[in-house]
Design a protein around this ligand. Structure first.
Ligand code: AMP
Ligand code: GLY
Length: 425
């Protein structure tokens, strides 16, 4: 089989890496890919935009691609799956209708309420005045969200009325374009977050191992939000009892309601949960795709061939698959970021030590990297590398990931020293 993976992050490098572990997979083509997918054996990059559906389709049809796996939410929300399926291609990822579960928070909220999925109390607004008086009536802290896709920047957890009002003004002022046509205002939940990614063929839904990521730039989970500075799995906070409840109260209810709306959802359904101090939980958001960096810690523990699971979803025969098999132990990933991220940062810094990090027992997934004209791996984004290790337990996995990242060097490199502190204490 030849597989085409859409995207250019650490998640896509991990997907390509996992798929290539199987002898069934002859080649992976990444669109557009990064420095990691450019240099991996049996893998190559194709320099097209992720929303160039015609270009992707033409390449796939001409080059015998039998499966397309879509990483990011933007092409899913724009309908890449519907488009490629019409051309006769097999695609893993929901169509445009299903992708609304991530692409419209108002739509997802209504779906959750109708399905009885536990979630934070919320109200939706189309203009600022009503939104602000609602915020005043509810009091702080309160959460203000742009409805649509905003690359993770559309959510403000407001600690003051002024902050909430500024967030409302920014959204309705057009800061997020069409993503700001609606504002969702939500009760602020306290607790610990966990990501439950599940595979579904539209009828059956099976969770992967739960994972946790560190969203903030600073140690102790302080400072600005980022795309994720590190992750680990399986997250112990998601006990078997909790996962059983998530299965019946979240995942199965979501699939049932999507089906009742005639939405044929085949792909990943990712539930972002808040576990409250009493051990109860609520859904903060759904995503219509694999998480990044969660995927980079989940896939190294997966024993069942990934393509078997993906094909079972696409061909709607997940119920007949044996239980998903996992390696024992734990995995952890530390992100090496460009100095200044999530603010401004420089690019094109030469990266050294990746091979040494791998010799130290880690798998280095590339995120913002590329191969320059001199065939050097250079930085090309805010989050640059995901240095990942598997161990018998978290102590081992985390120590190994840090031993690996210490081998790596580029000008301005920054990483958090405390990834996984919750599971180590
Ligand atoms: P979302 O994109 O909706 O997941 O929001 C991004 C982040 O904002 C989440 O991962 C949480 O850290 C935070 N967040 C979102 N909704 C809430 C909420 N209702 N209460 C507290 N924090 C929230
Ligand atoms: N790690 C958060 C996300 O993928 O949305």
């Amino acid at each position: 089989m030849k597989v085409l993976v859409v995207g250019n992050g650490g998640r896509e490098h991990a997907l390509a890496w996992k798929l290539l572990q199987s002898h069934q997979i002859e080649q992976v083509v990444c669109v557009p890919g990064n420095g990691g997918t450019a240099t991996m054996e049996r893998c190559q990059n194709l320099p097209l935009l992720v929303d160039d559906f015609a270009g992707i389709s033409e390449y796939a049809l001409k080059n015998g691609i039998s499966l397309v796996v879509v990483g990011p939410e933007v092409p899913l929300a724009k309908g890449i799956t519907d488009y490629l399926q019409k051309q006769g291609l097999m695609v893993f990822g929901p169509g445009k209708m299903g992708a609304q579960i991530e692409a419209s928070k108002a739509w997802a909220k209504a779906l959750m309420e109708e399905a009885g999925i536990p979630t934070a109390k919320a109200a939706v607004f189309t203009e600022g005045k009503a939104a602000k008086s609602y915020v005043k009536a509810q009091g702080i802290p309160i959460v203000v969200k742009a409805d649509g896709l905003a690359a993770g920047k559309g959510v403000t957890v407001a600690q003051s009325l002024e902050q909430a009002e500024r967030a409302i003004d920014a959204i309705f002022g057009g800061q997020f374009g069409n993503a700001g046509n609606f504002v969702v205002i939500e009760e602020c939940l306290q607790g610990e977050e966990v990501s439950v990614l599940a595979l579904t063929d539209g009828l059956t839904i099976r969770p992967l191992l739960p994972a946790q990521d560190h969203k903030r730039i600073g140690e102790g989970d302080t400072g600005e939000n980022t795309g994720g500075m590190g992750a680990y799995a399986p997250a112990p906070i998601a006990t078997p009892e909790l996962m059983a409840r998530v299965q019946t109260e979240v995942l199965e209810r979501a699939i049932a309601i999507l089906k009742s709306r005639n939405i044929d959802y085949r792909g990943v359904l990712y539930a972002g949960l808040m576990i409250t101090p009493t051990g109860d939980f609520k859904v903060l958001e759904f995503n219509c795709r694999f998480g990044d960096p969660e995927t980079q810690v989940i896939l190294p523990l997966l024993e069942t061939p990934l393509e078997d699971l993906i094909l079972a979803c696409v061909q709607q025969r997940l119920a007949a698959m044996p239980p998903i098999a996992w390696k024992k132990g734990a995995s952890a990933s530390v992100v090496a970021a460009s100095g200044g991220y999530p603010g401004e940062y420089e690019k094109a810094k030469v990266i050294n030590g990746i091979e040494q990090a791998q010799a130290a027992g880690t798998t280095v997934f590339h995120a913002g990297t590329k191969l320059n004209e001199l065939q050097q791996i250079v930085t090309d984004g805010g989050r640059v590398l995901n240095v990942t290790a598997v161990g018998d337990d978290f102590t081992q996995a985390i120590a190994q990931a840090y031993a690996g990242i210490q081998q790596i060097e580029f000008s301005g490199m920054y990483y958090r020293r405390d990834i996984g502190y919750r599971v180590l204490s």
